[in-house]
Design a protein around this ligand. Structure first.
Ligand code: AMP
Ligand code: MG
Length: 614
């Protein structure tokens, strides 16, 4: 008798995954399955088949995300693996569907958007009885694709795959990515939007999350919008709104007490969503992550980072950092993110208000700042290795960011440098200040980096308009006379500052700059040292210094997905070499791993703050 290879029975194959597609049971599914661009009324999902791709090949996969589905690495050796993971071969138990949602894009209601390039594949219940919704991104057209092709290409898929996994390992709430599969089939893309289209290879990622329900999922009930004249496809369908609220509460907020029929239960769930979103925004700010497209359709109902597009990790600290080339007005700049998230939560509240009291929901939103600040200060204290709360911490933190801005310091490197010396000892000898100076940009570098959107003359004219109209409106907070032109007041103020900086740098020598940075860092380090000294004197911990350093080490990543690092991996992958993408995933899986001293010694000085990965 021959024995087969012993198999770990807790592991699954793609054919034996346990599916339980609750969303399609609990929520209304479109009665039509016509896969043509159309309004999908009175439904949350529309069934659709993925469009097969030729010769799919696996570019990169995440073993840790595969484990969540109980898929072993040996699945990868099977020739069917890439075909299943791009939709060319149907996974037994999967039910493919596109989700209907709406959204406010750049402040304006767009009406129906929906899964135009993504697709629900089903819900896998793993051995731990966790439920993971799995989704394709790039598997072809759906009724929501409008005039686009429902495809994604290698560069955008790799960016989402690598960053969502990196974010998970950085401890930031996020959707995950299991695999990235590339085909020989191509689609045409105009990468630089300059009239030079090229053929790019179609790629599909498989991503997972407990759910991909978004704020925009609730906007399908929106009545006619005053500004755009658009409305949601299921306007007036309060029975479906009730179903969606019940589904969200039962499946994802079981700990919120009460039945969803009761007003207070819905309000309590809204509070939980608000708090998760505020904490998510705090996470982003403390790692220097900029999402880039914070439309209501890109806001997860679970407070996860979702839909990675033109995101960017900040390098040289600049509060007005904009990572999305089409966001000319800076609506989604780094510093705007918390307020924009709050605005999005408010928009969600307007949909919940179709069922419950708007007043009660508004009251919930009043705690936004407090929730955000508590989380933000907590995360920042960890980054600074502070073990206790201090009454002046908020000021210490804001002065740190002001110093980083004035000295044009790299975001990630600043925190690594702050853990590279003994603050209490090295401050006396200026060693600490000297370390921080290695991370400041020189005058030439600053001049190259500072790129105003508006010329000096335009900026002055815009400022004049803002000032005149603000005065006329009685200095109403948030009033923006330039809104109709897509110009944010903050972006004009930022450019004004840039022009001032450029002017003062023009008059500076290298020695002046060195002196300026030295003074700024010495001033801030003095505050930091005093704060640490007080804590040190109060503590009974004999290993106080080590405890602080250990905390800093686990709170400050050595590597983050910097754009130029990702771009190197993408360039190589486009030539068929996936080794750097795979290596990068390994690095991102252990972002805190390397001792900072070792990292600093290896630092590629020509590439300020960049971690060299070869
Ligand atoms: P995003 O800005 O990526 O969040 O997408 C906004 C809307 O455009 C959503 O409805 C997407 O499904 C849709 N969309 C984005 N890319 C594509 C594509 N390649 N094909 C079809 N629809 C798309
Ligand atoms: Mg989106």
């Amino acid at each position: 008798m021959r024995y087969g290879r012993l198999r770990d029975m807790s592991m699954k194959t793609l054919e034996t995954l346990t599916f339980d597609n609750a969303a399609l049971r609990d929520l209304p599914v479109d009665t039509s399955s016509q896969n043509v661009p159309r309004q999908v009324k009175n439904a949350c999902f529309s069934r659709v088949d993925p469009t097969p791709l030729s010769s799919p090949k696996t570019v990169v996969y995440s073993s840790s995300a595969m484990r969540l589905l109980n898929l072993p690495q040996s699945e990868l050796d099977r020739k069917e693996f890439p075909s299943y993971l791009c939709g060319s071969k149907l996974i037994p138990g999967a039910e493919y569907a596109a989700h209907c949602y709406c959204g406010h894009q750049f402040g304006y209601f767009s009406g129906q958007l929906g899964d135009g390039a993504t697709m629900y594949v089903g819900e896998v219940v793993n051995n731990e009885l966790e439920r993971w919704e799995i989704q394709f991104k790039g598997a072809g057209k759906t009724p929501f694709s409008r005039t686009a092709d429902g495809r994604k290409v290698l560069r955008s898929s790799l960016r989402e795959f690598l960053c969502s996994e990196a974010m998970f390992h950085l401890g930031v709430p996020t959707t995950r990515a299991v695999s990235c599969v590339v085909s020989t089939d191509t689609v045409v893309r105009d990468v630089l939007y300059d009239g030079h289209p090229i053929n790019e290879k179609c790629t599909v990622i498989l991503r997972i999350a407990p759910t991909f329900i978004r704020f925009g999922s609730f906007e399908i009930f929106k009545s006619i919008d005053r500004l755009t004249g658009r409305h949601g496809p299921s306007v007036g369908k309060t029975d479906i709104l009730k179903q969606l609220l019940r589904y969200t509460k039962t499946r994802f907020y079981p700990d919120v007490a009460g039945d969803v029929e009761e007003e207070d239960t819905v309000v309590a769930m809204y509070r939980e969503i608000m708090e998760r979103t505020a904490r998510l925004a705090a996470h982003w700010q403390t790692v220097g992550f900029c999402h880039g497209v914070l439309n209501t359709d890109n806001m997860s109902i679970l407070g996860l980072t979702i839909d990675y597009g033109p995101y960017g990790f900040m390098e040289t600290f600049d509060p007005g950092f904009i990572c999305n080339g089409s966001d000319k007005g800076g609506r989604y700049s780094y510093e705007a993110q918390p307020a924009i998230c709050k605005w999005n939560v408010k928009k969600l509240g307007e949909m919940f208000a179709l069922e419950v009291s708007q007043e009660k929901l508004d009251q919930v939103l009043q705690s936004w700042e407090q929730v955000f600040e508590i989380e933000y200060n907590k995360l920042m204290r960890r980054k600074l290795g502070l073990l206790t709360e201090g009454s002046d911490d908020a000021e210490l933190i804001s002065k740190l960011f002001a110093t980083m801005r004035e000295t044009h310091s790299d975001f990630t490197t600043t925190f690594l440098l702050l853990q590279s010396f003994d603050l209490l000892e090295d401050f006396k000898s200026d060693e600490a200040v000297n370390q921080m100076l290695t991370n400041c940009l020189s005058i030439e570098e600053v001049t190259k980096t500072l790129k105003p959107t508006y010329s000096k003359a335009d900026c002055a004219a815009l400022l004049q308009i803002i000032n005149q109209f603000s005065l006329a409106s009685g200095n109403e907070a948030g009033f923006n006379p330039l809104a109709r032109y897509g110009i944010e007041v903050d972006s004009v103020l930022r450019d004004h500052q840039i022009h001032q900086d450029l002017e003062s740098f023009g008059k500076m020598t290298a020695d002046d700059r060195d002196k300026q940075c030295r003074e700024k860092w010495r001033d801030w380090l003095q505050l930091y040292k005093d704060r640490v000294q007080v804590e040190c004197d109060k503590t009974n911990d004999p290993n106080y210094r080590q405890t602080r350093i250990d905390l800093q080490r686990k709170s400050n990543p050595v590597v983050v997905p910097r754009n130029h690092i990702l771009q190197r991996a993408i360039d190589r992958a486009e030539l068929g070499d996936y080794s750097l993408a795979r290596r990068l995933l390994e690095v991102f899986e252990q972002p805190f791993e390397k001792p900072a001293e070792q990292w600093l010694a290896e630092r590629d000085v020509g590439d300020k703050g960049a971690c060299t990965v070869t």
